[in-house]
Design a binder for this molecule. Structure first.
Ligand code: AMP
Length: 509
């Protein structure tokens, strides 16, 4: 049974089980399957064998899940777009995907003269008109067909559409279910923090649907209001937490974030950003019954390809934390600038090879050729992705050391900004930090370390700054010491829950 068939089977055996909770509303598996079948039947009537991808625009509404499933049951890949995307971004995606249909769940009022836009009320009408219709299984997305396309930001300023096939997704889900030791006979509640346009959400969405569990979606208004967020947690029964580390850091800022608030929590799953030792330690202290798992991967390799359980011992003894061991059907190699594999422990670019790797960027051969290639592994041709991430392998574990493109030159010296950040995080009173270059007339003038403290060793900021610089001097050469230290309450985050470096650069200009 493939993923789509497995989810569809819950219409019978889990008909009354809650599939999705959003705000004060919920939807059962019975409703989810029936409604997605109705919309899939409509799509098939409209397009038949034409399999152009379909845009689904909205935030966390039930109709988002309904439309995702409807698209793949009708054989179309879906493109999730969150309501936080501005018009120009939506336009770019619509243009580059050449889609001819948008399910407008989030009700934008932009005009797309060349595309069939179905607004919320029209979706409701389709549901009525096609009620109890069942799509023929022959239309379902097949193993090697694209299941979804997630658009990520591109260095050119135009987003790139990463195509993920059903077999990539199944490979990820089968592995991730083992990583978090999902039990067959248990109905979990998964927390969904990331918007559906960000591939971290694939982790909670499909682990939840695959296991016939409940997805508990957090609205974007709650992510900036801890009081509202914690109120919603109290009745959530969340078992599995999926978020970026920054989101957990933000919650840790409030002392009421502990086991009492989430008594049923079993596992924290993190991906997308560096998980610091301090964050892991604080979580393990406050949630003594829960596991903390760190995962690593880019959208181009289907959410994540490595994992490690960060136990108290790991958090105390290994700094920085590893991102873990690679999944069985993938390999990771580290290469130097000429593409040659480096020896164990040496840093280089992380290359991911195997079944999780995307088939490339949609309608973008040029970018696909730059980042994707093929390699023979044990006589079988496998897809490879050049991540642009720097890292190293040690005792079978992958360590992430930063982006290759965060490398800068200051007064002729080559510096990795994340190298400084990792050293700053080793200072015991620093919680989190970002180092940003201060640029004037296209030239880096100096570095500014923006830091969040977990306690203040001195009252006066200049004294703290001196102390930080003196501590740093123990670990890195003088030319790497940031000239400016800015102390802030918290770091701004992007809608995807990552630290918003761009905003910080603007603010501190
Ligand atoms: P995205 O495609 O948005 O998921 O971003 C992928 C990028 O996030 C990777 O290429 C890494 O640079 C970063 N990343 C993902 N997981 C981790 C992790 N566990 N630790 C540090 N950085 C990570």
């Amino acid at each position: 049974m493939n993923l789509i068939e497995k989810i569809s089977s819950y219409e019978i055996c889990k008909c009354e089980q809650i599939a999705h909770v959003y705000k004060d509303s919920s939807i059962t598996y019975g409703e989810l399957i029936e409604k997605s079948d109705a919309i899939a039947s409509y799509i098939i009537d409209q397009f038949g064998d034409d399999k152009t991808p379909i845009v689904v625009y909205g935030h966390k509404e039930h109709e988002m899940l309904i439309c995702f499933l409807a698209c793949v049951k009708a054989g179309h890949a879906y493109i999730p777009i969150d309501t936080s995307f501005p018009y120009e971004r939506v336009r770019d995606i619509v243009d580059s995907s050449q889609t001819n249909m948008i399910f407008n769940v989030g009700e934008f009022d932009y005009k797309f003269s060349d595309v069939n836009v179905k607004n919320y009320n029209q979706i409701k009408e389709i549901l009525l008109q096609y009620q109890l219709h069942k799509p023929d299984k022959k239309y379902f997305v097949g193993k090697e067909d694209t299941f979804y396309i997630i658009y990520t930001s591109g260095s050119t300023g135009k987003p790139k559409g990463v195509q993920i096939t059903l077999s990539c997704l199944e490979s990820f889900i089968n592995w991730a279910a083992k990583v978090c030791s999902l039990r067959d006979d248990f109905n979990y509640v998964f927390m969904n923090q990331a918007p559906f346009s960000f591939d971290l959400s694939v982790m909670d969405l499909y682990l939840s649907l695959w296991s016939g569990s409940t997805l508990f979606s957090i609205d974007k208004s709650m992510t900036s209001n801890l009081k509202l967020l914690f109120e919603s947690f109290s009745s959530s029964n969340i078992n599995i937490w999926v978020s970026t580390p920054s989101f957990a850091e933000m919650c840790l800022g409030d002392s009421s974030f502990n086991e009492e608030l989430l008594p049923k929590l079993e596992t924290f799953l993190f991906c997308g950003e560096t998980l610091t030792n301090s964050c892991a330690e604080r979580l393990l202290e406050k949630f003594s019954k829960s596991k903390v798992i760190n995962m690593y991967g880019p959208t181009e390799a289907t959410v994540a390809v490595t994992s490690i359980e960060v136990t108290e011992e790991v958090a105390k003894e290994i700094c920085p934390l590893p991102v873990g061991k690679v999944k069985e059907d993938c390999r990771i190699i580290i290469v130097d600038e000429d593409g040659n594999e480096v020896s164990e422990g040496e840093r280089g670019e992380i290359i991911i090879i195997g079944d999780s790797v995307s088939i490339g960027y949609y309608n973008n051969n040029e970018r696909t050729e730059k980042s994707f290639s093929k390699k023979f592994i044990n006589g079988t041709e496998k897809r490879c992705y050049k991540t642009g991430d720097e890292g190293y392998l040690k005792h079978g574990l992958l360590y992430y050391s930063g982006r290759i493109d965060f490398q800068i030159k200051l007064n002729g010296y080559r510096i990795e900004l994340e190298d400084i950040e990792n050293n700053l995080r080793n200072i015991e009173f620093i919680n989190n930090c970002v180092v940003i270059p201060a640029i004037k007339e296209d030239k880096i003038q100096y570095l500014n370390a923006v830091v969040v403290l977990n306690r203040s060793p001195w009252e006066k900021e200049f004294k703290i700054a001196m102390l930080i610089k003196n501590e740093l001097k123990k670990f890195i050469p003088d030319y790497m010491i940031p000239r400016k230290i800015t102390i802030v309450e918290s770091l701004p985050m992007t809608i995807n829950g990552k630290v918003n470096r761009k905003a910080l650069m603007e603010e501190t200009k």
